[in-house]
Design a protein around this ligand. Structure first.
Ligand code: F6R
Length: 607
């Protein structure tokens, strides 16, 4: 789990690589490094810490036209300068994202042959293996030979001191994207790394290698055969990948949600006819019609979207749904019946456990539909169908706009299936579609009151724990609210189904415990009021999310945040907005780096 970048061309490589690394820091940030050609030799600078620490190592930036860089999230070997990439052995210098599974065995063999190692990483063996094969061979041929015994996941960018201006990249089970421009060529773990310079990209597939030179590139497979691929034009504006005037990416992304949802709906639903564009799901109509069960797999926030999706799909389309966490699903030998549609939900499309779940489903000959935010990502490419959430690049490590666009996508899918299965009449679907179109505007009205949420947040920064309660479809929203608070404010928080509280967690309640209750007016509202009474009578501090104008819940609450009325499926999208803001303001007030919380990385591409 790291970010890599490489550039060769007419421009200043060091500048481009350092800039790109900053945009990849969401993938990991415990150490960083660069390597670049300088007067015929390769120089390396690396350090523990972030890119800003790396920049301090340069009193002046040498002019170089070829360089590679890395930002690390440690897996093998603690964060330290020795373990920071690039690694070097002999003439070979490389950066790596992924894990070499048989590195201990390979390292032992190399040590027996007299090799000495300077780091604790799995990566360093790759330099040794390539250097062993480089005599009289080109870098690409040496890499092909060197990779034969290697097992595991990798995206690598490699330079050879004897072949200036050349970078070779290889991909297996980790993302690697090539960027093309008049002034040079790029490779990187993700598009925002070079979006300022290139929007024409090629997504490498597993087992493919790219050879970059300033004036051209070649793609080959690991059998040495040429591969022809065409580029895709990415229309993300570079400004979209920047903070856009907000203090943090997370805040920007919270405020972008009206736009992100509007984009996700655009061209997919027609409020006049009540039609849903089935072709947007890229999956045969017959498959959808014959679906008898749905298995949703995802991790983290995307898993919470899946839990909420279950309520939508079961209640609207009347299809039984199971939801599982990717890392559990892949190892529990799931029994999946024929006519089960597997839905993988993933913002990045690169989460290792979700990809493994997709592969498991495919091995059982089931159809897989991904709900994914990243064009051309592994999940998107390996699934039978993809529905893209058009949230745009999500840089803040804590997922926000991806979650709400996933909820909107699951709602659209539920209505599509409801139409195909005949579980809802056309008129009802039409009405539910028109309600969806009102959501961006309703989110805007919540965002206008962000200062109220900031005030509440500031009063609770020193609490030791929070409890989040919800019932029915709001239970997953309680889980998501708790996850947001944990990850960026480092305060323990638990999400619980409100009805289950008296079976244990009620023992936690005292006058020090804030209890966040998601209490919009729906069919479980009265029951939730009773749960609020239970909290109140034990002295708990109630912060409630309620429908505008609701007096009853207000009377029981110490703090109230209002959301506009919406049907219960869509009110999930509204009620999570104040929870995202609450977590954000608690984290920021405590002085934490909310965009890059400790121990976390944006894209979990290893198990
Ligand atoms: C939490 C968060 C993570 C991700 C999870 C899955 O804010 O961002 O829990 O949701 O790592 O990532 P994707 O959706 O990229 O598969």
């Amino acid at each position: 789990m790291c970010g890599i970048i490489g550039y060769t061309g007419k421009e200043n490589a060091l500048q481009i690589v350092l800039e790109g690394l900053k945009r990849l820091e969401y993938r990991g940030y415990d150490s960083a490094g660069v390597a670049y050609f300088n007067k015929g030799t390769i120089e390396i600078k690396r350090c523990r810490g972030k890119i800003k620490d790396l920049e301090r190592l340069f009193s002046e930036r040498p002019v170089s036209n070829t360089g590679i860089g890395h930002t690390r999230w440690a897996t093998h070997g603690r964060p330290s300068e020795e373990n920071a990439h690039p690694h070097r052995y002999g003439r070979i210098v490389l950066v790596h994202n992924g894990i070499i599974e048989n590195y201990l065995e390979l390292k032992r063999e190399l040590i027996n042959k007299g090799h000495a190692f300077s780091s604790e990483t799995d990566t360093e063996i790759l330099c040794h293996l390539i250097d062993n094969h480089i005599d009289n061979k080109s870098l690409e041929d040496a890499i092909i030979e060197a990779l034969r015994p290697v097992k595991g996941a990798y995206a690598i960018a490699v330079m050879n001191e004897l072949e200036p201006e050349k970078i070779v990249g290889v991909r297996k089970d980790c993302p690697l994207i090539v960027g093309l421009s008049q002034n040079g060529h790029f490779l990187a773990s993700d598009v925002p790394a070079f979006l300022h310079y290139s929007r024409d990209v090629i997504f490498l597939d597993d087992g493919e290698m790219v050879i970059l030179k300033p004036d051209g590139f070649r793609i080959m497979n690991l059998d040495g055969e040429e591969v022809r691929k065409s580029s895709i034009h990415i229309d993300w504006n570079p400004v979209m990948a920047e903070k856009g005037g907000y203090k943090h990416f997370m805040l920007k992304e919270i405020f972008e949600q009206p736009r992100a949802i509007a984009d996700t709906l655009r061209g997919r639903i027609n409020p006049d006819s009540g039609e849903i564009a089935r072709e947007e799901f890229n999956i045969e109509e017959g498959i959808l019609r014959n679906t008898e069960r749905i298995m949703i797999v995802a991790c983290g926030t995307s898993y919470h979207a899946g839990l909420a999706g279950r309520y939508m799909l079961e209640e609207l389309a009347r299809i039984p749904v199971e939801v599982d966490i990717g890392s559990e699903f892949r190892y529990r030998k799931p029994v999946l019946e024929k006519n089960t549609l597997v839905i993988a939900i993933t913002q990045s499309g690169e989460t290792a456990d979700t990809i493994a779940a997709i592969r498991e489903a495919k091995a059982q000959e089931l159809r897989v539909l991904s709900i994914c935010n990243v064009l051309g990502s592994t999940a998107a490419r390996e699934s039978d169908g993809v529905f893209y959430t058009h949230a745009g690049p999500e840089i803040g490590v804590a997922s926000t706009k991806a979650f709400t666009t996933q909820l909107a996508s699951l709602y659209i899918l539920s209505l599509l299936l409801a139409g195909l299965k005949g579980s809802l009449k056309h008129e009802s679907i039409k009405k539910l579609i028109s309600e969806l179109l009102e959501i961006p505007h309703k989110i805007e009205s919540i965002l206008k009151h962000s200062s109220t949420i900031e005030t509440i947040a500031k009063q609770h920064i020193n609490r030791r724990g929070f409890l989040y309660l919800g019932r029915g479809i709001n239970y997953p929203i309680a889980l998501e609210g708790a996850l947001k608070l944990k990850e960026i404010s480092y305060i323990h928080a638990e999400g619980y189904p409100a009805g289950e509280m008296k079976h244990g967690p009620i023992a936690l309640i005292d006058e020090e415990l804030p209890v966040v209750v998601i209490a919009p007016k729906d069919e479980l509202y009265e029951k939730l009021l009773s749960n609020m009474q239970e909290v109140k009578s034990r002295g708990g501090i109630i912060i409630s999310i309620v429908t505008e104008g609701d007096r009853n819940a207000k009377e029981l609450s110490d703090y109230v945040i209002e959301i506009p009325p919406a049907n219960k499926y869509l009110s999930t999208i509204l009620s999570v907005i104040p929870l995202q803001l609450l977590a954000y303001y608690v984290g920021v007030t405590k002085g934490y780096d909310v965009d890059q919380p400790r121990n976390l990385a944006k894209s979990v591409t290893v198990e």
